[in-house]
Write a protein that binds this ligand. Structure first.
Ligand SMILES: *Cc1c(COP(=O)(O)O)cnc(C)c1O
Length: 476
């Protein structure tokens, strides 16, 4: 017995290092606080793009332990100062990130107390916060109280969950797969295609509905396709619209598509991962008419609410459809199932144990209130106007009036314009002050702007314009 106790005590001493003392904790927090302050205080001067080289050797797990100071300097050199600076207001390519501070504080709290947010039984407070966040989203998007939903790691998983519910509601399996039809726009986010493969629907018939000049689904074409497919004995079951495409920010005609979906008994899914939260603005809210008709809806608080990466959301009206794939009881979980308990996140998601991510949305909403979020989104819409107007005065061509804050432009250089604009894009990436991305619209190489970071201000756009002037001057 004494041997046993001795052994335990040896291991106890070693493992005790996992619980730092209060003074060690204070040192850690101070060092990280200083790092965070330096980062935020200097972010406006920092480049937005650093190229893609990382010294992987430096990031290998080291044989000997290193100090936090050393770890932070590695983090700064090899992580913060590489790639796109997603927290920077100068990130106006792809779909920008955010990273509001109170979410970081919330993550810290959630991690220290390590709340269990998978099942109500284990973390009733944590799960209630997550469910309240979903209730708030139901209000924002005019979904009925009876709908259910989930806070996911991002928009991709949120879309996956919604499409799984659509599949299960319509019983798309076995021989039904190859005769069932999905309607979507060629501009849906690629996570939709990925989700279809993952959930076994790779072989369904997918119809890309023709788009108008503003890259929106033409509803008369949608109707024609559905009628033709029905006449051919196929099984139309799902239509997917975007409330803000990633490519050009276009909002499909949500209400008309909703009416078509209803009259043809199709599941109606709307992907609002990029654009959804603009519904809270005065300026854009009317464009979201019909969003409440969806059977399932995705939004991405780590885009439109400026949260740090790691929070998407899905709402689904039909609880049974959602439960079909995700609800599960196991003997070892019998304590956790009691009649009348609130919704368990694990019953509507592939995840069981998960990060308590609801807190990173709850805390900023509680402390800032909704006002600053709304103002920030309005600001982004007006900054888009400003940017486009300034580009036009500089001789650039701009794409059509955007629905939201994604737009594009190109320089009419004469000669091989695609080549010219590609080279202009390269110069901009080499400069790195502000990060823009490119895309192809109707065969034309264009430079794309996506203004969504809470840190993108008029000053950022002015810096961007100076940068563009400089890059253009090098080419002409
Ligand atoms: C970003 C985006 C997604 C994917 O969301 P993630 O959070 O990156 O997984 C899906 N749809 C649209 C429209 C998006 O903009």
């Amino acid at each position: 017995m004494t041997d046993l106790v001795k052994k335990i005590s040896e291991f106890e001493k070693l493992s005790a290092q996992l619980e730092p003392t209060q003074s060690e904790r204070n040192q850690y927090v101070e060092q990280v606080r200083d790092f965070a302050n330096d980062f935020i205080n200097n972010i406006d001067e920092m480049d937005s793009f650093f190229g893609t080289e990382v010294n992987a050797d430096k990031l290998k797990v080291s044989k000997e332990s290193i100090s936090l100071e050393k770890a932070l300097s590695l983090y700064d050199e090899e992580v913060v100062k590489t790639g796109i600076s997603a927290a920077s207001g100068g990130h106006i390519g792809y779909i920008p990130g955010g990273g509001i501070y109170l979410s970081a504080i919330a993550d810290f709290l959630a991690d220290v107390t390590n709340e269990y947010a998978g099942m109500y039984y284990g973390g009733p407070g944590a799960v209630t916060i997550e469910n309240e966040m979903l209730n708030w989203l139901k209000e924002v998007f005019r979904f009925p109280k009876s709908s259910v939903g989930n806070l996911t790691s991002g928009g991709s998983i949120a879309n996956l969950i919604a499409l799984t519910a659509a599949r299960d509601k319509h019983g798309i399996k076995n021989e039904k797969i190859t005769s069932s039809v999905i309607y979507l726009s060629a501009h849906v986010h690629h996570c939709i295609q990925k989700a279809l493969r993952i959930i076994g629907l790779e072989d369904v018939v997918v119809r890309e509905v023709e788009l108008d000049d503003n890259s929106k689904i033409i509803t008369s074409k949608l109707k024609e396709l559905i009628a033709a497919d029905k006449a051919a004995g196929l099984n139309p079951f799902l239509v997917i619209a975007s409330a803000g495409t990633t490519d050009t920010g276009a909002i499909d005609p949500l209400e008309e598509i909703g009416t078509i979906a209803k009259s043809n008994n199709l599941w109606y899914h709307i992907d609002g991962a990029y654009g959804g939260f603009f519904i809270i603005t005065e300026r854009a809210k009317n464009q979201f008419k019909g969003i409440e008709m969806a059977d399932s809806l995705v939004c991405d608080p780590h885009k439109g609410l400026f949260l740090p990466y790691g929070l998407g959301a899905v709402l689904v009206k039909d609880k049974e459809a959602l439960f079909k794939s995700h609800h599960y009881t196991a003997n070892y979980m019998q304590d956790a199932f009691q009649e009348g308990m609130p919704l368990n996140p694990a019953d509507v998601s592939p995840e069981l144990t998960k990060h308590f991510r609801g807190l990173r949305m709850w805390l900023p909403l509680q402390i800032h209130g909704i006002g600053p979020f709304k103002a920030c989104l309005e600001e982004k819409l007006y900054l888009t106007d400003y940017f486009r107007a300034e580009l036009t005065t500089r001789g650039f061509e701009v794409g059509p009036e955007p629905d939201l804050s994604v737009s594009y432009f190109w320089y009419p250089s004469g000669g091989d314009e695609n080549d010219f604009n590609k080279r202009l894009m390269e110069e901009i990436h080499k400069d790195g002050r502000i990060f823009l991305s490119s895309t192809k619209v109707h065969g034309r190489e264009v430079i794309r702007m996506a203004i969504l970071s809470f840190r993108t201000k008029k000053q950022t756009i002015d810096t961007c314009l100076e940068m563009i002037d400089r890059c253009l001057a090098k080419l002409i």
